[in-house]
Design a protein around this ligand. Structure first.
Ligand SMILES: Cc1ncc(COP(=O)(O)O)c(C=O)c1O
Length: 422
């Protein structure tokens, strides 16, 4: 066993990560006063190696939508391992065809192909390559303060802070960034008719889940149609029923040209991400199928896991639970907000995705730390540190919510005291 083993204590594991893995990343959280190394994990809880129990409200952006080590997912993977392995990425394959069909059939109108990757960033890279191939244009428009991953093209479309140190970013005119909800800025960029595609997180996670203004995304899609650009919906965080619909973009009445999904598609158990495309956006797969590939993207085990995830998240009982959670947690959060309105200022919500806004510049960081003290792990928004991302899982129970709301209220009381001195 790995976890219950004297060679793998927290101290020894920490030392190894500092020496052999990633010292600055290992230390970053500890320097912020957050000292977590995850050991046991089950359902929507995990335990630090020193034994402290946490409710998981981060879920790695939805990777653990169905909980940690969901028994149905484990069973699915075990069964798949009786027959499959990663497979050979050069050939068509039983499991790849199975998941591709499932994704296309459950996606928004007009989808035809699904191409698989090992992570969301790579799936965004595929999306960007696809719209460039389809339009024979190079430029990509994204939103200021967006996040689409750390891989090549996805990184290009994101914020400069992750690019500059690797000597890319400023000076690269392939990428244009415009403010969210500013349709004039979007039109100005698109009317050059040099833009291959617009990529937008339906609700930008790293920016703290600000909601798109009513009609904004629809207007962007219309502009794309007008100026010959394609629309990529990054649904890595907002997809797979977290908003109460399978794809967050469906709330906006938009049928995108490309949908990117990842994280939760893995069931938290086996990596898989996907780029779902219309026939037009996916032209390269008809003409130049070797245009993107990777040994592990579309591993057959991952495809079988991903298929099961789609089955679970679209089950009527899951959908009903998400709607229940959305209402129940809203009431609970309103109660805390009314109690501490000078600190807990507001929140955005779509389904069970919430961005909680707190008073003071780093209010989200203080709230995150206080929650940690009370046994809740929820991450602040990197591009808006007044906000905490609050993301419960699809299968949480009422009892879990009651425990959560009680701990949340106590956390906010403490964080308020620290920030406002009252
Ligand atoms: C909206 C969004 N897109 C893309 C990605 C990249 O996914 P991955 O970390 O699997 O590469 C992320 C990761 O957090 C994300 O939040």
């Amino acid at each position: 066993m790995f976890l219950d083993n004297e060679n793998n204590t927290k101290k020894k594991s920490l030392d190894r990560c500092l020496t052999y893995w990633n010292p600055s990343r290992t230390n970053a959280w500890r320097e912020m006063g957050i000292d977590i190394m995850i050991g046991k994990r089950e359902g929507y809880y995990f335990w630090d190696l020193d034994g402290k129990k946490y409710m998981n409200l981060h879920l790695n952006g939805g990777t653990f939508n169905l909980g940690h080590r969901n028994p149905e997912m484990i069973e699915t993977l075990k069964e798949a391992m009786e027959e499959f392995d990663i497979g050979n990425h050069h050939f068509g394959a039983v499991a790849r065809g199975y998941l591709a069909e499932k994704l296309v059939r459950t996606a928004t109108k007009g989808m035809q192909y699904a191409i698989f990757s090992s992570c969301g960033g790579e799936a965004v890279d595929v999306a960007i390559k696809s719209v460039r191939y389809a339009t024979k244009r190079r430029k990509i428009v994204s939103l200021i303060k967006c996040y689409h991953g750390h891989t090549g093209l996805a990184l290009g479309a994101g914020d400069d802070i992750f690019k500059e140190k690797f000597l890319s970013g400023p000076g690269d005119d392939s990428y244009i960034q415009v403010p969210m909800n500013d349709i004039e800025a979007m039109e100005k960029a698109l009317k050059t008719e040099e833009v291959a595609g617009v990529i937008i997180e339906t609700i930008p996670a790293t920016y703290g889940f600000p909601l798109p203004a009513p009609g904004y995304l629809k207007a962007v899609k219309k502009l794309c149609e007008k100026y010959g650009s394609l629309y990529i919906a990054d649904e890595v965080q907002t997809g797979l029923m977290r908003t109460g619909k399978l794809w967050g973009i469906s709330h906006e009445g938009v049928d995108p040209d490309v949908i990117v999904t990842g994280k939760g598609l893995s069931g938290g158990i086996y990596p898989i991400a996907a780029t779902i495309m219309t026939k037009e956006a996916g032209k390269w797969v008809e003409e130049f199928g070797r245009g993107h590939t990777g040994t592990f993207g579309g591993s057959e085990l991952g495809c079988i896991v991903g298929g099961k995830v789609i089955d679970i998240v679209t089950r009527p009982s899951t959908v009903e639970n998400v709607h229940f959670l959305a209402e129940y947690l809203k009431k609970g959060l309103d109660h805390v907000k009314e109690k501490y309105p000078d600190f807990f200022l507001s929140y955005t919500q779509r389904g069970i995705i919430f961005g909680l806004r707190f008073q003071t510049e780093n209010g989200g960081i203080h709230a995150m730390k206080a929650m940690c003290d009370h046994g809740i792990w929820a991450i602040y928004a990197r591009f808006d540190p007044q906000v905490v991302q609050f993301k419960p899982g699809l299968l949480c129970t009422k009892e879990y919510c009651d425990e959560l709301l009680e701990k949340f209220e106590a956390s906010i009381k403490d964080a308020r005291k620290e920030c406002l001195g009252v």
